[in-house]
Design a protein around this ligand. Structure first.
Ligand code: 3PG
Length: 314
């Protein structure tokens, strides 16, 4: 019987499916050094973003046949180390698309209408009617950085809201819905709201820093539901203090939980604890997708979504 370890919270139905296939160890608190010791006993591991599947862990995993990431970003997995050991890394793109799009829209509206602060003030008995002037999103330009599944779906919803859609993604060459840019700086200079949906790579890491903030229109809103490292947090702090950035909504941070308390404590920053994909629906989809793919690999079948699929072809 296959032995499978799940080290991050996984949907209950997905866990049940897994139990029908193998012996499941479910430990969502396990630390990296403990995992490194016991990983040799397992045929498969399923994680979300908390567990870092490092080269050290992969190299200690002498029986490992598949790594499953129930989610989109695989930056917490050393895919290079997995590939060199010919271990497929499967993931669940698409599982959380709708949830991330919906929260992006919610955050955009929340910033434009200052919903979080007004809620706090009203609860404190402070009645700000007559002292508030929000912004309509209709007619504004949303700049979608990263035009994959989430970016494209967000574009459709924003279009329905009467927004203008601009996008930057060097891997996307045409779109019916968005004005696509080749020039990142030009893209940044022409948008009212920046919503980050790019994958974290060495190219996107800190791709938004002081130089980029200085190009942006004064009063821009920033949303980051992708990865914290894409934005240089110290530059963001400066851009908030100088008024270039009117508001930011952050779900992800350079370090999680965030150590940059100054950033999360600005009144015009909405700070969330990396919950873009934390809906019942997204977790059910992502969980069942990943379990199906892990079972597929263990059964010698082709998985639906594999990051290093070339190793399956040989
Ligand atoms: C993802 O990459 O899928 C999201 O960042 C969600 O991460 P999580 O599975 O840790 O919530």
């Amino acid at each position: 019987m296959y032995k499978i370890i799940v080290t991050d919270k996984l949907n209950a139905d997905a866990i049940e499916m897994l139990k029908g296939f193998g012996e499941v160890t479910y430990d969502t608190e396990i630390k990296s050094d403990e995992l490194k010791v016991i990983i040799k006993d397992f045929d498969a591991i399923i994680v979300r973003s908390r567990t870092k599947v490092t080269a050290d862990i992969i190299n200690a995993a002498t029986n490992l046949k598949v790594i499953g990431r129930a989610g989109v970003g695989v930056d917490n997995i050393d895919v290079k180390a997995a590939t060199s050991r010919r271990i497929p890394v499967v993931f669940s793109p698409g599982g959380s698309t709708r949830s991330v799009v919906e929260i992006a829209v919610g955050l955009m509206v929340a910033m434009a209408r200052d919903i979080v602060n007004l809620d706090n003030e009203t609860k404190k008995g402070i009645w700000l009617k007559g002292k508030v002037e929000g912004t309509e999103l209709h007619g504004k330009v949303i700049g979608i950085y990263g035009f994959g599944r989430i970016g494209r779906e967000l574009a459709k919803i924003c279009m329905a809201m009467g927004m203008k859609i601009h996008a930057y993604d060097p891997y996307v060459k045409d779109s019916d819905d968005a004005i696509l840019y080749n020039d990142f700086n030009k893209f940044l200079s022409e948008i009212d709201i920046l919503s980050v949906h790019a994958v974290l790579t060495s190219q996107t890491n800190h791709s938004i820093g002081t130089k980029e903030f200085n190009i942006m229109k004064k009063g821009i809103y920033i949303i980051n539901l992708a990865r914290g490292e894409i934005i240089d947090e110290n530059s963001l702090i400066n851009a908030i203090e100088s008024g270039i950035v009117k508001g930011a909504a952050l779900d992800v941070y350079e370090h999680e939980p965030p150590v940059n308390t100054k950033l999360v404590n600005f009144k015009n920053v909405i700070a969330l604890p990396h919950i873009g994909a934390a809906t019942a629906e997204a977790q059910k989809k992502s969980g069942t997708m990943i379990v199906k793919d892990v079972i597929a690999v263990l059964s010698g079948k082709k998985p639906e979504s594999c990051v290093n699929s070339s190793i399956l072809d040989g």
